[in-house]
Design a protein around this ligand. Structure first.
Ligand code: NAD
Ligand code: MN
Length: 331
């Protein structure tokens, strides 16, 4: 079996600590990947966060795993995440929220996937002052972006044996913009007769989600709604330490935890590496390395269900390295 070269972007803050945990676990299970470490230029004021040579490496490797990066405040360069999304056209943001054994929340067996349009909508960044005191904040909706994210949602549902795709929208108010999103999603859905399809107002859907998360399966939606709905879902399974994500494009995919660089606990060996680890498992499945993904997932779930070795955020006292060792011993 040949190995796949993967871009490794450890990030900063707790990034390098949780990244090391993934590297150690991949080593222990002999996952067939070769890490190609990408250098960031975090201290270059006013420049791109990554050099043209390094971005070409990321592009050529196609798949990458990324630790959190601290967003510069004020006049520095743009955030690494925004830069990568734009540079590589990572148009779909996939955020699975699956109950983790041993982490008690209001509901058992939550199994939801938010697929969020990642390039335009309310986050197109186009706003200006029309006249003093009046701001125009543009929500851009293109046929192309609606089609590709809808297609990804149904392909994802088909690949992972999901039963239903729900499109969340507010087309009653935004008749043209969200109307176009619905029209394209509906069109794509016709090509997937085996997968159920429904449309829900995003506000109604949020109420339904917290009252009974089992009503939904895969959910696809415009950018802003996806940002909010995915955090609602994260709350249903126990929060940021446990939520992975993937940024998917036509040619590239970058997987990362949903959480940030946690400066308050950085460098102290206290971080919970689970979210990045679950992201790396998503990455293995994206690469069709299902055996390695299943094996690591089983070990993580085993340790969490056991409840003996837990990091501080989950009420335990284990360090990052102790928790990592416990997972390795279960592989
Ligand atoms: P954060 O997610 O870094 O931290 C929020 C709280 O959760 C903190 O108390 C932190 O200690 C805790 N926490 C987060 N991850 C944890 C983990 N793995 N284990 C244990 N505890 C954990 O959010 P923030 O403080 O708002 O952001 C810090 C920096 O990260 C900011 O610069 C922000 O812009 C950036 N950020 C980056 C990304 C990314 O790179 N994808 C995402 C979000 C935030
Ligand atoms: Mn968010």
């Amino acid at each position: 079996l040949s190995s796949t070269k993967i871009s490794a972007i450890p990030g900063d803050g707790i990034g390098p600590e949780v990244f090391q945990s993934v590297v150690d676990i991949f080593d222990a299970t002999q996952a067939p990947v070769i890490w190609d470490v990408i250098k960031l230029s975090t201290k270059m004021e006013g420049k791109d966060p990554i050099s043209p040579e390094e971005i070409e490496k990321v592009r050529a490797n196609k798949v990458g795993l990324k630790g959190p990066t601290t967003t510069p405040i004020g006049g520095g360069h743009v955030s690494m995440n925004v830069f990568l999304r734009r540079e590589l056209t990572l148009y779909a943001n996939v955020r699975p929220c699956v109950s983790v054994p041993g982490v008690k929340t209001l509901y058992d067996d939550v199994n939801l996937v938010t697929i969020r349009e990642n390039t335009e909508g309310e986050y197109s960044g186009k706003e200006h002052e029309v006249v003093p005191g009046v701001i125009e904040n543009l929500k851009i909706v293109s046929e192309k972006a609606c089609l590709r994210v809808a297609k990804y949602a149904f392909e994802y549902a088909a690949k992972y044996g999901r039963k239903k795709v729900s499109a969340f929208h507010k087309a009653s108010v935004m008749k043209m913009g969200d109307g176009l999103f619905l029209k394209k999603t509906r069109e794509v859905g016709k090509d997937y007769p085996m997968i159920g399809y429904e449309e829900r107002n995003v506000d109604t859907a949020c109420g339904m989600l917290v009252a009974n998360p089992h009503l939904f399966d895969v959910m696809v939606m415009p950018n802003l709604y996806g940002d909010i709905v995915s955090d609602v879902c994260a709350g249903l399974i126990g929060g940021l330490g446990l939520t992975p994500s993937g940024n998917i494009g036509e040619n590239n995919a970058i997987f990362e935890a949903v959480h940030g660089s946690a400066p308050d606990i950085a460098g102290k060996n206290l971080a919970n590496p689970t979210a990045l680890l679950l992201s790396s498992i998503m990455m293995l499945r994206h690469l069709n390395l299902f055996d390695h993904a299943d094996k690591i997932e089983k070990a993580v779930h085993g340790v969490l269900k056991d409840g003996v070795t837990k990091t501080r955020d989950l009420g335990g006292s284990a360090t990052t390295t102790e928790y990592t060792k416990a997972i390795i011993s279960r592989l």
